[in-house]
Design a binder for this molecule. Structure first.
Ligand SMILES: [Zn+2]
Length: 110
């Protein structure tokens, strides 16, 4: 199993954020422990950086390992990206915020 093969594998896996396919040149092998490979991947489309662990055994179908469950993966994948409006809301909030979190949370609780 060589790096070339891993890079080829990564080109068939798409970005968990935007769905764009990774390019081999943006896949970096961080390390390897027997059949377990740790990769750092960078998406040129949405500029997100991810860590991927893959189990690669010769002659077997490669398997991806992640902390996320399939449910979480789907959830995060469909979640809206933090946009300019969210940042503005936060900015407005912080402008008037006096640092009293206990008041904020008791207000939230109603
Ligand atoms: Zn992406």
């Amino acid at each position: 199993m060589d790096e070339r093969l891993i890079k080829r594998l990564m080109t068939i896996i798409s970005c968990s954020v935007c769905g764009e396919r990774y390019e081999g040149e943006n896949v970096r092998v961080l390390g390897r422990y027997t059949d377990l490979w740790f990769l750092s991947v960078y998406c040129t489309n949405c500029h997100s950086q991810s860590l991927v662990a893959a189990v690669l055994k010769d002659g077997k179908h490669p398997e991806l390992v992640t902390d996320l469950t399939e449910e979480e993966y789907t959830k995060f994948r469909e979640m809206a990206v933090v946009g300019a409006d969210d940042v503005l809301d936060l900015h407005d909030f912080l402008k008037d915020f006096d640092g009293d979190f206990s008041r904020v949370f008791s207000e939230e609780a109603g």
